[in-house]
Design a protein around this ligand. Sequence first.
Ligand code: MG
Length: 248
Amino acid sequence: MIPLKSENDLRALELSGAICGRVLKKLGEACRAGVKTAALDSLAQELIRKAGAIPAFKGYKGFPANVCISVNEEIVHGIPSERLLREGDIVGLDLGVNMDGFFTDAAITVAVGVISAEKAKLIQVAREALKAGIKEARPGNNLSDISHSIQSHVERNGFSVVRQFVGHGIGRALHEEPEIPNFGRAHQGPVLKSGMVLAIEPMVNAGTWESEILENGWTAVTRDRLPSAHFEHTVAVTEKGARILTGG
Ligand code: MG
């Protein structure tokens, strides 16, 4: 069953999402050459705590940090470390917030200084793919209409979508039903209803869609080590269409 949220739940999720979006924006602005990714993790923790919320990723299934920081060929679940960001890197920042038991999740990919034309296009297409997916999150559509619109947009632009990781329902827990693949045929799966809350998160690779996990047991990288970009919003399905909760 896909849980439906009440208006009160949505108001609580909006508070949570506002923090998530705002902190993510600040983290994005802090991504400059010479910055240690561990410093971004500390900043995330400080900003979330100051807002009265709890970082949702820390300790989740044993994840050791407050924010996932995935650089260049890293797709998702990069672990902050002593690594210094360098000019030309692209940085995926994925953040989960728990405010009074209401969870939201969002991600952006940002450039460090001047990046290659290919990386810039990758970021743009991934951002557009999220927008295309969100547009389909409305009552009466099937879940896979989201998936299909994301895959179509990405492949039309010559890139690929990751298969190993998918979006998800969210709200009272970080991961709820349903799973939301970023690929598939249209008009399949559950019918979307007002009150569903979904974390839609295309992961877009410049080369192959295939991925593998590094020895740390967490970090997913592209098999061909070409770059990857990730965008995510938590959205509510409403009668008026999708409402983005993590706009910040
Ligand atoms: Mg997510």
